[in-house]
Design a protein around this ligand. Sequence first.
Ligand SMILES: [Zn+2]
Length: 437
Amino acid sequence: MVKKFLPLTYALILSFASTAYANSITYATGPAKTSTSNTAATKSSTASFVQTSPAWLSHVSGPANMPKGLPREEDIKAGPIIPGSFKLDMTKYPEPLKQPPINHPEVQAVIKQLDFAKIPKAPTRKRKEWSPDLTGYDVNKDPDCWWTATICKKPKVSYVPEDIYICPNKGDWGLNYDDGPYKKWWPTSEKDKEHDQPRFYNYLIANGKQKATLFFVGSNVVYYPEAAQRALSDGHTLCSHTWSHPLMTTLTNEEIVAQLYWTQRAIKETTGVTPKCWRPPYGDVDDRVRAIAWQMGMRTFLWDQDTYDWNLANGGIQLSQIDQSFEKWIRDRLAGNDTEHGHITLQHENNNLTIEISEKWLPKLQKTHRVMPIHQCINDASPYWEQSWVYPTLDNPNPPRYSLNTRPIFKASAMRSVVTNVLPYLFILITGFLFLH
Ligand SMILES: [Zn+2]
């Protein structure tokens, strides 16, 4: 980053904020708080299990020009993204869209801090074409709470919390999109680029400044960091969706760490936040994978309704079938047949079709449901380890907002005060001096 002039007060605020964060990363969930140093693992002897904060990311800092807290609504504006405006040193990252190696020192540093006694010894699954091989798995006992086999969401081990997969209150729609930030990897025409972000982010702004939860693929974040920054600045909630989108249960413990680590690092270096939420690609998660993600500071988020929009581009489903799902969800809501709880529905920003479906149905959903990000519907104000970020919840819809324009406003007003307050005196002084001599 280019170093810019920082007014003293702003620098003080920043140094205060970074001190607060240095303290906050030693925070641990559970009954005990610990006070270890940044570099040491954060574990408590009194808690049965502690979700360690990402102390191993303390060497990565976010960009100075990103907001440090929830932006004000009036600062959220549609507009273009300037590609290349944020320089990310790609040489620090593994090859995008590929399984990162496990022997990288930063990955090894995380592995060293994990408590392997608290990672269930579920087998590394075999892959069978495009899904894990379920052969031989006892689906009745479901010993590993393996979602792919049984849609299990409540871990069999006590030290990992249940997955988030519904909104508790009927009528709530936990809006979320996977696989972003979207930019076509190998466009062959201008038309191919038409759905690149910020198209959909602008669409959300145009539709009531709608906020959503966005599950980002790490490789996409380093490919298009400016879009990740825009998403955060637009008030969306960022979560992890792994580095290269694999079937997580088919990976070794160390490979899982590498997938999660590089995604967290990419999101933090690009936007300054460290998500406490992640979603396994294809929903492929078991207690072994959950436990690693939890120790790395993230809770698992799934869904209870699937649009199957991901299956449209390859012809696995017809557009009319997807439309019928939305029509039914809306009809059920209007008829009062959907009274148990609200929903988290799987949707994507990963190609032209999924984005067009999202644009088609959002305004209709907004008329029948209370559409909001997932964290809002589950009343969790703090989706990141950086505690300066406080999002609206059902209980607290109006948390403090952070001005995106703090520095420009300060500079402009400082300049104005120089012009209005200092220059007239200078003028009087100089003319007085000239007059007297
Ligand atoms: Zn995905």
